[in-house]
Design a protein around this ligand. Structure first.
Ligand SMILES: Cc1cc2nc3c(=O)[nH]c(=O)nc-3n(C[C@H](O)[C@H](O)[C@H](O)COP(=O)(O)OP(=O)(O)OC[C@H]3O[C@@H](n4cnc5c(N)ncnc54)[C@H](O)[C@@H]3O)c2cc1C
Length: 418
């Protein structure tokens, strides 16, 4: 690679806060709200003009139950508006997870309200491009926007970028995963009873799609290695009648931190989405009057950088063990827990992570990327950040029982004896 020297320059300071939450997905919003409720002066930074992360930008609109801690609150707000409903699925795993569908437009709306109600300052349309360190601490986060390059000074940071961007900038260890990328899209005008009459169930629709690809009737040969496991309908019953969420197949071996790969993914997955929708409309009874209502703003990236934190529990531990330092229990109905070390990066003192870039063994990461886990880690990170700020010490030096008490105070049942 060629290099060029960038001249040293002064960067204007756009603000100074106690806590910067970087990224406004489910993890970031949960972290910001929970920290603000404990008295921290919080600012959240987000590259898009809306919140919700992959749920709103990648149309990931089905989630396991939102039933513990801040998840219960989010689910309750959506339920009150009639936009959080149990969905029926084609896949057995989905049935087991008890999936619910949400309307992403209300996520965008309610998340802004939650930040406002809790006094969280936020900036949209800013791209976080670096950190300025003082020893082992992040002193400032550097932004790029229409206003040029700016810095925000801070005492503590929660990295909720999903891709561990801040950890990478600040020099915290991570490994890079290449997980399948998928463009989700919604179709409307689908006569669901008629489709089911012909197919029996949605699993059979997947077989029809797969068969068409295999015999060349649905051309999916776009030159990138991919898995045709199950392009097809993701949820039979969404919030609105006649609407389905479609999973247009996986692109494999793509690096979600490389703009070249991301660009190829946008081109290829959009082509997949259009071909699949056309195939369904022309070949499957019940789809005659269907159309794509919307494709996702970005191709869904499941995983990229995964931090190597102070703890990296195995799948068995996460599902069975009651860690003495449990700070995350995403579900009331399932025994899944995470220790504090899963959200504490190494080497940087005033940094926590929240969301899908957390630390655990790879075998269990698929489970730990689910939406309720991301918000629950956000709740834990925001709570610990606020306590650390109040006590003037690094998060790693906090007393665990104080974090656990604060989490209980914020409605998270950790399933431990108080
Ligand atoms: C195709 C697909 C299907 C999935 N299916 C399901 C499912 O059915 N059910 C389920 O529960 N989960 C599912 N998931 C997983 C789930 O959607 C995500 O893991 C979860 O939403 C991640 O939340 P997060 O807040 O950790 O990160 P994200 O949602 O990625 O949020 C990160 C936020 O940070 C912002 N950001 C990132 N970098 C920067 C930067 N440098 N500067 C400024 N802002 C930045 C982003 O714009 C984004 O808003 C799926 C994921 C994919 C991709």
């Amino acid at each position: 690679m060629n290099w060029i020297m960038e001249p040293e320059r002064k960067v204007p300071v756009a603000g100074e806060v106690d806590l910067l939450v970087c990224g406004g997905g489910f993890a970031g919003v949960s972290a910001a709200v929970c920290a603000a409720r404990l008295g921290a002066k919080v600012m959240l930074l987000e590259k898009y003009g809306f919140l919700g992360g992959l749920v709103t930008s990648a149309l990931v609109i089905t989630t396991p139950p939102l039933d513990n801690g801040i998840n219960r609150e989010i689910g309750g707000r959506m339920k009150d508006r009639g936009v959080y409903v149990p969905c029926r699925h084609s896949g057995e795993e989905s049935e087991w997870l008890g999936m619910h569908a949400i309307d992403p437009e209300f996520v965008k709306y309610e998340f802004i309200r939650m930040l406002q109600e809790n006094g969280v300052d936020f900036l949209f349309h800013v791209y976080i491009a670096g950190t300025i360190m003082e020893g082992k601490k992040i002193r400032a986060v550097v932004l790029e926007s229409k206003a040029g390059r700016q810095a925000v000074l801070t005492r503590m940071v929660v990295d909720a970028t999903g891709d561990a961007d801040i950890c990478a900038f600040a020099g915290a260890p991570f490994r890079l995963l290449k997980k399948p990328m998928t463009m989700m899209f919604n179709m409307v005008g689908v006569d669901i009873p008629r489709v089911l009459e012909g197919m029996g169930n949605w699993g059979n629709l997947r077989s029809v799609v797969k068969g068409a690809i295999e015999r060349g009737a649905l051309p999916f040969d776009l030159g990138i290695e991919r898995e045709f496991g199950a392009p097809g309908v993701h949820a039979e019953k969404l919030v609105y009648d006649g609407e389905i969420n479609v999973w247009s197949g996986n692109l494999m071996n793509m690096d979600g931190t490389d703009p070249k790969d991301l660009t190829r993914a946008e081109v290829v997955t959009r082509e997949h989405a259009m071909r699949l929708a056309k195939f369904l409309k022309e070949n499957v009874p019940g789809f005659e009057k269907s159309r794509i209502e919307m494709t996702s703003t970005q191709t869904g990236v499941r995983a990229t950088r995964q931090i190597i934190g102070l703890a990296s529990p195995s799948g068995e531990e996460v599902q069975k063990r009651v860690f003495p330092d449990t700070v995350v229990k995403p579900y009331a109905y399932r025994t899944l827990r995470l220790p504090f070390g899963s959200i504490l990066p190494q080497k940087v003192e005033n940094l926590l992570v929240a969301g899908r870039c957390l630390s655990a063994e790879e075998e269990i990461l698929g489970q730990l990327r689910l939406i309720p886990v991301c918000s629950a880690t956000g709740q834990a990170a925001g709570t610990a950040a606020a306590l650390a700020l109040a006590q003037g010490r690094p998060p790693s030096e906090l007393k665990i029982n104080e974090i656990q008490d604060a989490l209980r105070g914020q409605g998270m049942d950790l399933g431990l004896k108080a």
